[in-house]
Design a binder for this molecule. Structure first.
Ligand code: DGI
Ligand code: FE
Ligand code: FE
Length: 196
């Protein structure tokens, strides 16, 4: 499947603004792949499908989580966290995408997780910094993303976690696992530079 084919499958499932966001995520992920290395074809497909399940009714998302091999604890967190995991199931069932790297990049694009792959980082970060986003602090993350992928992911989490806390939202454990993973990489980098 190439990018154009993927986009023709995705488009009918998304609102116009969400489809435009999807295209910007693909473009940003491809750009990050050029800068930091990685498989461009996989970045295109993972980017194209990352929000595929975004507009499924919450009842349907819940049914998929119960039926498939996905963590049931998702159901005690905000339904916004369900579209990634369910999307990773639907792309295989509906379009035969079995590539584990692509499926993981879709699955973990909202929260991140421990030991994220290069592709997972690309999609997680592209979703956060695509040019349509205007979160406070996003420009700094965009700048750092040009030179240091891990540090940029860390900064995104350092923005998102306090933001969720300020909204009295529960924070999914994988979000903390991702934060600790990137913080550990940050500390190691500091030590290597002799600043630890
Ligand atoms: O689907 P998008 O809007 O492009 O972006 P997304 O999938 O990154 O995020 C969906 C929402 O999920 C966003 O408002 C941030 C939020 N989120 C991320 N991590 C957590 C979270 N919400 C909760 N409650 N807990 C989390 O750990
Ligand atoms: Fe999303
Ligand atoms: Fe998105």
């Amino acid at each position: 499947m190439d990018l154009n084919e993927a986009l023709t499958y995705v488009e009918p499932h998304l609102k116009k603004a969400r489809f435009d966001h999807t295209i910007r995520v693909v473009e940003t992920a491809v750009q990050l792949t050029g800068l930091h290395g990685g498989n461009q074809k996989k970045a295109e497909l993972a980017g194209a499908f990352h929000d595929y399940a975004k507009y499924r009714p919450t009842e349907e998302l819940k049914r998929w989580i119960l039926k498939e091999n996905l963590p049931k604890d998702l159901l005690s967190f905000h339904y916004e966290l369900w579209h990634g995991p369910v999307g990773s199931i639907l792309v295989e069932r509906e379009y035969g995408i079995t590539d584990a790297e692509i499926k993981f990049a879709i699955r973990y694009h909202t929260t991140g997780r421990d030991n994220m792959s290069q592709l997972e980082k690309m999609i997680f970060l592209a979703d956060y910094i695509e040019p349509g986003r205007n979160f406070p602090g996003v420009d700094k993350v965009r700048e750092v993303a040009q030179t240091n992928l891990n540090e940029a992911c860390l900064m995104a989490l350092q923005n998102t976690i306090p933001f969720l806390m300020s909204k009295n939202q529960r924070i999914y454990p994988d979000t903390f696992y991702a934060y600790n993973f990137f913080m550990k990489l940050h500390d190691h980098e500091q030590e290597e530079r002799g600043n630890g």
